[in-house]
Design a protein around this ligand. Sequence first.
Ligand code: HEC
Length: 376
Amino acid sequence: MSSGTFAVLGLFSDAHKIVEAAQQIRPRQLGRLEAYTPYPVHGLDRAIGLAPSRLGRLVMLMGVIGAGLALLFEGWVSAVDYPLVTSGKPLFSWQAFVPVMFEVTVLFATFTAGLAMLFAFNKLPFFGHPVLHSKAIKSITRDKLALSIEATSATFDAETARQALLQNGAESVEIVPVPVWNRPLSLVGLLRTIAGIVAACAVAGAGLFALEKLIPIVPPMVHMHEQPKLNAFRVSSFFADGRGMRPAVTGTVARGHLPPAFATPEEAGTLLGNPLPLTQPIAERGRKVFNDHCAICHGLVGDGVPLLSHAYGGKPGNFLSNEIRARPDGHYFGVLMLGKNAMPSYAADLDNHDRWAAVHYIRILQRAQNAKDEDL
Ligand code: HEC
């Protein structure tokens, strides 16, 4: 009878013999075959009917998924969600994504390999395999090879299995019982296990923290705390001119910021016209740019009365005055690019679209305050 028996274990001392025995016994389908050897034996996996592991293919699949996800994520962040030109490269520079893609590939692949191997293929957690409690285990871990027939089939018969092993060259045979201690996990046991894991993590975390704080020479963590960096508004000891905020390198042009082709606002006034059509969205955009950047000095209606306190001594232009109303659009654009006396240059802070939209909005403000009869 099979009840109470986990497997019948036959011991061999010759690697060739155990492979032959497995080949002979397998077709008889007495029960699941398993082998325990102190070193890898060629051909034994196939002899006991082990299919090639599917782990490799799974790892490959997850690695590719990892690489793809990393590419998508980096592409989305750099080109869609937060487009920022770095070193003049196009936004979607896949070459720059390769290191992170590689890391994520390895991350996905190794986690898949470890977790799938443990939980899917080796069916852990399974603490204390019954064979570990056999007498044969001592020799298996030294110089003997064991072939076991597990009591998996309904027709399993320990005596037949014993005979089959002996006939095929097993030196001794042992019947391994189903372990009695294999009881289901209790709630208290489960809670204790979880508490143990949490306590271990806390101790390890606190220990590492203390280690890193008290022995600050432990690399490389300490270097991450103290990184050399430039603060834009602080003096820098790194650059000869002492500036933390770096001006553009001489002779270079930032992407999207072509230098203006005019020297004065007056010249811009003769050269340029507003290229944007006056549409509802552009007018809305212009209002936003104006209210965000200009109203603080020029006033919400452009009358040149600052929202700032009187302590601000500047005299921002009154857009409603006849003098400024008469100036062409290009002149306003020129002032935005070059600045004018106390009026700061907006060459670096706005793009052309926003500059021209703001110009449109100034015209709207002017027209609103000087409405003619036909506007009504
Ligand atoms: C820090 C305060 C300040 C801010 C912010 C500011 N301006 Fe000015 N702006 C001035 C001052 C002061 C003048 C007068 C310069 C002069 O003529 O001496 C001026 C003048 C101008 C003129 C020129 C008028 C002329 O006489 O030719 C234009 C056009 C103009 N500003 C547009 C803008 C726009 C558009 C914005 C927002 C993008 C803006 N300004 C933001 C302070 C400011």
